[in-house]
Design a protein around this ligand. Structure first.
Ligand code: ZN
Ligand code: ZN
Length: 628
């Protein structure tokens, strides 16, 4: 073997033609990068190569580990259930999956068996062996094995692809580009999580496959942390809590992605809406409402027809095309245009709790987080260019105030011009600069999200962080020089001439549906007192206090405390347990003593109990209302 020299991670290494795996010390390296390409550590070395190792603890490395684990899972499945046909198995953001075609469904016991078999394969430290073969050879191989999906994948490759790579571990051969970890022993910690149906190639006309989800980490500790996180997220899942707490429902009869608020969810939403109306009024906004459908012509002027059509629904009235609004902007522009505006009238701030409808693919609909119809706490501000920075700053302050009230921390990013956009570069630069200047002026940090702006202008996105560290999009502030131009709106300046106002589109909570979903998960259903749909449940111990409990409930409700009554002939312990499951902030017990003294025994969610007068309790509830 001739002596060759390669550079690995900046160090020069002389070797006799062996593979990278043998010449590096780092046992946590799982692959190598050369000229931006990823290679197996078992790839043959060539003289003069400049290589960088990829550590399993890097994002890229973890992805390789997870993808390799998917192969191990497929090997285990093939060993246990030989008739199964494997299809594809990629890594995902949180783990990996592999889709299989098998007549019988995989049961929980099957998953356990597969996991055991995978552990064996990992213990055996089977090497991943790469073989480059002609596509004909690969096709013949998979055909012989009856793996029709692999044959189909090969047949669909572009004509100029002459060779394909196969990877063998143990007795299992898979078609794959690679790279993979050098051997199965590199897999340190994994867990299979669930099985779900998935159509071959995501097409519902194709056969339904079984997708086994799993996850892998580079240490048992990291895996354990992730599993704990999943368990916590499962407990908080707003779809489950929404059912259990009777907040909202979806109905197949109504249609997918369409929320139906049940009485408690309806109360929750209306409390948030009332809060927002008060808040906006105080901040100098005016409340308006626009219709849900507007003439097609208007959507042409706005540019929605050209840039947003695929997200919209249309209908016909009097044989004319109408667009169902996906945004609330247009009515607000019409209000602005309804009379001549002077520079002294500006800024004008129109606020609408506006319900919008957007065509979301059925695959992305997800509880309250992604719906086809939702309500935005939307506002449009029309201002003079010299007022722009102050207006943006005021919105940023409002976001800070609202997030503090709900108890969220958040981060901000600026999204710039997307590919599909309207307006000149100059307008975009001006608008983007205004957003940056406002954040800089406040000394707030932000990231730049290239190409993620709305089609009519750049935006500041606010991402809130929930109790278990997940982040959610809520507020956005968009700066728009485009629509004022398109609708030819103006104001009369101090010089008596016509000038173009700037328009800001902004939401604070964003979609009320999504925000409520996030609130449910953040608080795990135990809402703060001021938005709890039911704030107190009044209970009697025996029939002897039924009248008193009824009286107490009446008085609380007359003082705007959202109290309910539980007079059922059940043990008090049982009633308390049920109220706790409903996460009601206060349980009020009225026994003989309380009846006699005219007091109530108040028990909070932590189990703390205190006897007090009704007035004291009413004060506690009132004090929980945020001051704005
Ligand atoms: Zn692979
Ligand atoms: Zn708008």
């Amino acid at each position: 073997m001739p002596q060759i020299t390669v550079t690995v991670d900046g160090k020069s290494i002389s070797t006799e033609g062996s593979v990278l795996k043998d010449v590096i010390q780092n046992r946590r390296a799982v692959a190598a990068r050369i000229d931006g390409r990823l290679l197996d550590l078992s790839a043959p070395l060539e003289n003069g190569q400049l290589l960088e190792t990829v550590d399993m603890d890097s994002l890229e490395g973890l992805e390789i580990v997870r993808h390799s684990t998917a192969h191990v899972m497929a090997e285990a499945v093939k060993q246990l259930f030989p008739a199964t046909k494997p299809t594809i198995g990629p890594a995902t953001e949180e783990g990996f999956y592999y889709d299989f075609d098998r007549d019988e469904s995989f049961s929980t016991e099957d998953l356990e068996k597969i996991e055991k078999k995978m552990e064996e394969i990992v213990r055996e430290d089977q090497p991943f062996i790469r073989k480059d073969v002609s596509r004909e050879e690969a096709r013949a191989l998979f055909r012989e094995k009856g793996e029709t999906y692999k044959v189909e994948i090969i047949d669909d490759l572009p004509e100029d692809v002459k060779t394909v790579s196969l990877y063998e571990i143990g007795s299992f051969t898979d078609l794959c580009r690679g790279p993979h970890v050098p051997s199965t022993g590199y897999i340190k910690a994994f867990k299979l999580l669930s099985v779900a149906g998935a159509y071959w190639r995501g097409n519902e006309n194709n056969r339904m496959l079984q997708r086994i989800y799993g996850t892998a980490f580079t240490s048992p500790k990291a895996l354990k942390e992730h599993l704990n996180f999943l368990e916590e997220a499962r407990k908080r899942d707003h779809r489950r809590l929404g059912r259990e707490l009777e907040l909202f429902m979806f109905s197949e009869d109504a249609g997918p992605g369409l929320v139906i608020y049940m009485p408690k969810g309806g109360m929750l939403r209306s409390l948030i809406e009332d809060f927002e109306k008060r808040l906006h009024f105080r901040k100098g906004y005016e409340i308006v409402y626009g219709p849900n459908i507007l003439r097609g012509r208007l959507w042409e002027i706005s540019g929605h027809m050209d840039n947003y059509r695929e997200n919209m629904y249309f209908t016909e009235l009097d044989e004319q095309l109408y667009g169902i609004k996906p945004m609330n902007c247009l009515s607000h522009i019409l209000i602005y245009k309804s009379k001549v505006r002077s520079y002294r009238d500006l800024p004008l701030r129109y606020f609408e709790l506006g319900s919008v409808t957007r065509n979301e693919k059925s695959g992305v609909i997800h509880g309250l987080l992604r719906t086809r119809q939702f309500t935005q706490d939307d506002a449009h501000i029309f201002c003079r260019p010299d007022q722009l920075i102050d207006e943006i700053t005021a919105i940023i302050d409002m976001v800070a105030e609202v997030m503090a009230i709900f108890g969220f921390s958040y981060s901000m990013e600026i999204s710039t011009r997307p590919e599909k956009a309207m307006g000149s570069d100059e307008m975009w630069d001006l608008a983007t600069k205004a957003l940056k200047d406002a954040l800089d002026k406040k000394g707030l940090p932000y990231d730049i999200n290239e190409g993620d702006g709305a089609f009519y202008g750049p935006k500041i996105d606010v991402k809130i962080k929930d109790a278990i560290g997940r982040s959610w999009q809520c507020a956005t502030i968009q700066c728009d020089f485009n629509l004022p131009e398109r609708f030819d709106i103006h104001y009369i300046g101090a010089d008596g001439e016509r000038h173009r106002p700037v328009m800001l589109h902004r939401v604070i909570l964003g979609s009320l549906e999504r925000f409520i979903g996030v609130l449910i998960e953040h608080f795990a259903g135990a809402f703060p007192v001021w938005i709890a749909p039911v704030q107190a449940i009044v209970m009697n111990i025996t029939d002897a206090q039924a009248d008193y409990a009824t009286e107490v409930t009446k008085r609380l409700r007359c003082s705007d405390v959202r109290a309910e009554i539980d007079l059922r002939n059940e043990k008090i312990g049982y009633k308390i347990r049920e109220a706790r499951l409903q996460k009601v902030p206060y349980m009020i017990v009225t026994g003989d003593r309380e009846k006699e003294e005219g007091t109530i025994a108040v028990r909070d969610r932590s189990g703390e109990q205190q006897t007090m007068t009704l007035d004291d309790f009413i004060k506690i509830v009132k004090d929980a209302q945020p001051v704005i």
